[in-house]
Design a protein around this ligand. Structure first.
Ligand code: ADP
Length: 176
């Protein structure tokens, strides 16, 4: 089941919270900053425990890395680096879909029954919200059709406008 919730993702009692991180897995702004603040300082060290795959890159764009959730109500944080929007010709849509699919596959592998996503890439990374919402909803729907877990996916909006956009796209996809 996919639902849309308006609020702060750090407060949600779900098994796994997805973080819209950056490739370096260094605490940044936006939802990443909020997650680091709420989880506590151990989170940064847990991120740094993931090895660099190239200089400055611990999580290539579209991939995921898992850490403990420390002081969050969740059990795990699934960090993903969304694409930076560069006009749409740089594979941004495919990479954003990869973030959702890979995070859901990781959640399934962990045994997570519930997982919450922020609107990946739509803040500092500049991805157009409506396009991102359509990709998010479609990627989640397709993934949930392939197995039992996770049972519940929460798409978290941080503004009324984003919640409205997500609900519109979810209705569209569910109507088929
Ligand atoms: P990115 O760098 O991937 O664009 P941002 O953190 O800048 O990531 O923004 C992603 C989305 O997360 C935006 O829609 C932003 O409004 C939202 N956001 C920011 N803080 C929170 C929060 N505490 N809970 C849920 N969503 C949040």
């Amino acid at each position: 089941m996919i639902s849309v919730v308006l609020g702060d993702i750090t407060t949600l009692a779900v098994d796994a919270v997805v973080n819209a991180a950056n490739v370096a897995l260094l605490a940044g702004g936006g939802v990443d900053g909020a997650i680091h603040d709420a989880a506590g300082p151990e989170l940064q060290q847990a991120c740094l425990d993931h090895p660099e795959v190239e200089p400055g890159v611990r999580c290539p764009t579209g991939e995921v890395r898992v850490t403990d959730a420390f002081a969050l109500p969740a059990r795990w944080i699934i960090h993903t680096a969304g694409p930076v929007w560069r006009g749409g010709e740089k594979d941004e849509e495919r990479l954003l879909a990869c973030c959702y699919r890979n995070a859901l596959a990781e959640a399934r592998a962990l045994g997570a029954r519930s997982v919450a996503f922020p609107c990946i890439s739509t803040g500092i990374f500049g991805f157009p919200q409506r396009r991102a919402a359509a990709i998010a909803v479609r990627a989640c729907r397709h993934f949930l059709e392939t197995g039992h877990l996770p049972e519940r996916v929460v798409l978290v909006a941080f503004s009324d406008r984003d919640a409205e956009t997500l609900r519109t796209e979810l209705d569209r996809v569910l109507r088929g």
